[in-house]
Structures are given as C-alpha cells and as structure tokens.
Design a protein around this ligand. Structure first.
Ligand SMILES: [Zn+2]
Length: 224
C-alpha cells in the first residue's frame, strides 16, 4: 500500500477511533448509577412508520428515553420531534444524514454538525448530547463536539436490532439477560433491514414491563 494512504488511514481512521472508542474520558459508554438505573436510546429516527408506535409503548410503560435523531429526518417530520419533546423524552443528535465520519472530510464534519444544530434549533431543540453514526470518529469529530459543548454518548449494550438476522425474541432475551445498572442501551427507531424497528418495538412491549418489575429506573442521556 502507498505510504501516504497508509498514513492517512492511520491518522484519520485508526488512531482517533482507538483513542475515542477505547480510551477517552470525553466519551460516555456506561455510567455509575447510585440506583438500579439504565439509559435507553433510539437511533436513526424519527420515522413515521415506527416512532409513533414506539412513543405509545414508552408512554404505556411510563418510560423516558433518548432519541438520537437524524436532523434530515427531523426536518421532514417536525411533528414527531414535537411529540417526542412534549412527551418528556430527550433529543440528541446523530448527524444530518448518517454519514460515517471516517469517510467525511473535516469541513464536511463541521458543516454536518452546524446544519443539524440549525435544523433542530428551528424545531426548538437545544442539542446537548451527540452520538456519531456507527460510533465512528474522525480527528475533528470530538473537536467540533467540544466547540458545541456536546456530551458524546456511545453505548454498552445492544441487541443487533438493525440486522436482518435478528428477530424480536433475540432482542428480548439479549437485553433482559445482559442488562446491568449503568448500561446505555442502543436500539433503533429508523433504518435497519426489513423494517427492523418493528421487531425492536415488538420486543420492547415485553422488555419494558420486565425491567420495571425488576426495579430498573430509566434516566436520559442529558442527565449523565
Ligand atoms: Zn445510526
């Protein structure tokens, strides 16, 4: 491989992702609760096919969570953003259109964040928490997140709910079996294979009452 390309890959992809995903105190992947608390997060929405039903399930179980939204989706479906906010959930940013930071230039990374902040600001959302798509970083992601005073939130537990190979029983069993206090749980209310969020929502109808019965509380990402 050309030495220049190898250096670029190391500097732009390998080093920042090792640093921020594994070693940075600026990135929150798990927390240390005083009580039996977890944070439930949904990425890639809002989507009119799934988000309303998810909100119904959350309301029925009296659970508050965090939606890491795509600003392009928020712009298309402002009524969903308004409903998420009015029902007491937290909104975080998950980029404009789900582009992967390792394929995005520094300038485009900056523009993506600024356009997203503008769109969400016009919808009355003051962004405090940010999760980059796929949890991937380039060297400037954290720099711009710092300029905008975002907390960067990744996750400690997921159930591959985006995958076509996973059904709602798998999601249910994985979350219920593995969840521990302090976990940040990653799920999705948009994108994914073969209407993936439908499987997630179906699983949540069982997961939420069980977690509540086991004494779990639900915090939001902005409170970490
Ligand atoms: Zn995503």
């Amino acid at each position: 491989m050309d030495l220049g390309i190898l250096t670029l890959i190391l500097v732009y992809v390998v080093f920042p992702n090792l640093r921020y995903r594994l070693f940075s105190s600026k990135v929150i992947k798990k927390f240390h609760p005083e009580s039996n608390t977890v944070v439930l997060t949904f990425d890639d929405g809002p989507d009119p096919r799934y988000t309303p039903e998810l909100l119904d399930v959350l309301k029925k179980n009296n659970v508050k969570c965090t939606f890491f939204v795509l600003a392009s989706q928020a712009q298309k479906y402002p009524y969903l953003i308004k409903r998420i906010v009015s029902e007491g959930h937290c909104i975080g940013l998950h980029s404009l259109k789900h582009t992967n930071a390792i394929f995005t230039s520094p300038m485009k990374t900056k523009k993506d964040l600024e356009k997203s902040i503008k769109i969400l600001g016009e919808l009355g959302v003051d962004v405090k928490v940010f999760r980059p798509p796929w949890g991937m970083f380039n060297p400037v992601t954290c720099h711009y997140a710092k300029i905008h005073n975002f907390k960067i939130i990744l996750w400690s537990l997921h159930a591959m709910d985006w995958s076509r190979w996973v059904n709602s029983d798998y999601i249910k069993h994985k979350i219920i079996k593995k969840v521990k206090p302090g976990d940040i749980i990653l799920l999705h209310d948009g994108r994914g294979a073969n209407h993936a969020p439908k499987r997630t929502i179906s699983a949540l109808k069982t997961i939420l009452p069980i977690l509540k019965k086991e004494g779990f509380n639900f915090a939001m990402a902005k409170d970490l």
